[in-house]
Design a protein around this ligand. Sequence first.
Ligand code: FAD
Length: 335
Amino acid sequence: MALLCSALAACGPTPAPQIEVTGPTMGTYYAVKVVQPPAGLDAAALRAGVEQVLAAVIAEISTYESESELSRLNRNSSTDWVPVSANLYLVIAAGQRISALSGGAFDVTVGPLVNLWGFGPEERLDAIPAPEQVRAALERVGYGKLELRADPPALRKQRGDIYIDLSALGEGYGADRLAAYLDGVGATHYMAAIAGTMRVRGTNAKGQPWGIAVEQPTPGQQRVQRILPITDQAVSTSGDYRNFFEVDGQRFSHHIDPKTGAPVAQRLASTTVIHPAGADSAMMADGFATALLVLGEQRGPALAESQRIAAYFIIREEAGFREATSTAFERLRAP
Ligand code: FAD
């Protein structure tokens, strides 16, 4: 879900030079800002570098791109070991770790259900599927039906029709790859975002922490609920207020409970996770934000506590919203 980014304070010393590029990617948008860019990095070079990275990510893990490595793997009905690239292995393995920690609330094999409910690359129907269709899709779902081998990287499906959907990790993986590119060209102060998932290093043009605004989870509006000061961290928000359809006043959003086969229906509207910077930190923030949302108002905060995840929850109430935070989140905010 989209986060807005803004400077924390309106006044202060003269801003440092900054270059900024934005554009479409992954059915959403990217935004990259670099403060005090290293010599030789201008906006045109930055755009070219960023778009090259994003094209590589899409070629690896997109289910929207029929010739990506993941789409070819999804079409491969072999139940033998299939070699995969180190990068695809990395993302699927991260998903499997989050699945285990979340007791299966997060599950990259949920793809057939995502597609059935109209939230995947296939035609969007905005309709409730028949129970027998849900039952048939559920038989193909279960992270335990996937086996992974690290060296050399390979994957084995228990059923040939397992279909993997990495959309809950992909924006984060992309942001991590952008951060690696920016580190590689010598950038030391930057913000690299794909929609509501981002990696942040150093400070903004005013020498202050980057201000990451978490949206109020109200469909069709862009109001700020809270601004989080972030530096050297990854942030990701998942919510039910952008990608959904309604039937008879009931909302069906794109987060699917792999146990029931249906979109989660609950009061927890948005989850934001902050993760310390590291090679896969945006991917982990992205995945955990989805996992906590699927787990819901009670079990989501419980997992955040047990795993010391810095999480910020926005819960829909009769009148307005209620916020909840994990202990790790409050520690980050402590002076
Ligand atoms: P998140 O909360 O981060 O993830 C939600 C998504 O995770 C769902 O939409 C579903 O796909 C999946 N999911 C649902 N339930 C579960 C669960 N229980 N466990 C695990 N996963 C679950 N969209 C387009 O319209 N056009 C494109 O061309 C396009 N290209 C893409 C390319 C790539 C490489 C990726 C990663 C995504 C692409 N998308 C595209 C998808 C789109 O950007 C998604 O909406 C987005 O990735 C989901 O991110 P989010 O922040 O909205 O939600």
